[in-house]
Design a protein around this ligand. Structure first.
Ligand code: SF4
Ligand code: SF4
Length: 346
């Protein structure tokens, strides 16, 4: 009888608490949108914070709540934009073109003068606090790797010459490095362009030359090589306007101080085939004297040593006799004619 009574009491208590928990779970239930976990699955998981939210989970939640844009995940790129849009059932907006970081200095130990030896903490911010760093140039890369440590993707390293360099294949465009540089010499450029000015010093001419052999002297030759005005001088530095879709190769070639960085290691060379009728229009279009030679009415030839691969001659040729061989430089609308070799080394 006592055993029966104990079973009834324990059973009743169990039933009472079970009912209580059941009611509480219904009353206190918090709905978690299943799309959040689906979004987390397709996000890169780097938790880099480039989207402005605390990690990928925060970004996924903001997306579901309609607070974040589908293009917010820069490392994820266009593929992720479309996957996010599919999960949310909305239109993808991937108008943001991919960007990469550009470090606007290449004056390392070989090129840029030091005025002191810095033996402190290996950090660019710390070095800046001690007399604005060891370099004479007030805008030169200090090479102590604050940007290297800020990059969540291992896309920056300090080279043997003591200058930070971005690996364009690893850079996802997250922009984390931009704020990490106390010199403010990192900016984002459209990935497709591959050319940028590797100098951030606003001082003029001779003064710059005294302490950096690859510093911009504000000679304006690059501006003159770009008649479209896609390069303009601002405070003694050329500024490249990438929205003008300009071909900056002639500017790189004209610069006497070698201030630009061209991420394409081997540019292609123009080749003129038998369709050439010797009209000579390409000679006028070419920015390099002597790169195209020939007599009027006879097939012209390209001097491969002089050709810089800018491709400015291509569209001028009415006979479609010119192609670029050996790399980038073709126009996407006419790849087959121009890209005869795919030895791209960008
Ligand atoms: S050509 Fe070179 S040195 Fe002259 S303004 Fe342009 S970047 Fe500066
Ligand atoms: S690609 Fe054509 S225009 Fe450009 S440098 Fe070569 S020959 Fe001259």
């Amino acid at each position: 009888m006592e055993i029966l009574l104990s079973v009834i009491i324990v059973g009743s208590v169990g039933l009472f608490f079970g009912l209580g928990l059941g009611i509480a779970s219904k009353k206190l239930h918090v709905f978690v949108d299943p799309r959040i976990s689906k979004l987390q699955d397709i996000l890169p998981g780097a938790n880099c914070g480039a989207c402005g939210y605390p990690g990928c989970a925060g970004f996924a939640k903001a997306l579901v709540e309609g607070k974040a844009k589908t293009t917010g995940c820069i490392p994820g790129g266009s593929k992720t934009v479309h996957e996010i849009a599919d999960i949310l059932g909305i239109n993808a907006d991937d108008s943001n073109e991919p960007k990469i970081a550009a470090i606007h200095c290449k004056g390392g130990k070989k090129e840029a003068l030091e005025r002191a030896r810095y033996d402190g903490i290996e950090d660019c911010h710390a070095a800046t606090l001690v007399g604005n760093g060891s370099k004479v140039c007030p805008d030169g890369c200090l090479g102590l790797g604050s940007c290297v440590r800020a990059c969540p993707f291992g896309a920056i390293h300090v080279n043997e010459n003591g200058v930070a360099v971005v690996n364009p294949d690893k850079c996802t465009g997250c922009e984390k490095c931009v704020a990490s540089c106390p010199r403010k010499i990192i900016s984002m450029i459209p990935k497709v362009h591959k050319i940028f000015l590797a100098c951030a010093n606003h001082e003029r001419g001779g003064k710059v030359k005294k302490y950096c052999s690859v510093g911009c002297t504000a000679c304006t030759l690059c501006v003159k090589a770009t008649p479209s005005r896609a390069i303009s001088m601002q405070n003694n530095l050329p500024v490249l306007d990438y929205t003008k879709e300009e071909n900056f190769i002639p500017a790189v070639n004209k610069c006497p101080s070698n201030c630009f960085t061209d991420l394409v290691k081997v540019r292609p060379k123009a080749n003129i085939d038998t369709k050439c009728d010797g009209c000579g229009v390409c000679v006028d279009a070419c920015p390099v004297k002597g790169a195209i030679q020939g007599e009027p009415g006879k097939r012209h030839v390209v001097n491969k040593e002089k050709c810089i691969g800018c491709g400015l001659c291509l569209n001028k040729c009415h006979a479609h006799a010119i192609a670029l061989w050996g790399g980038l430089g073709y126009d996407s609308g006419d790849k087959s004619r121009r890209q005869r070799s795919s030895s791209i080394n960008a």
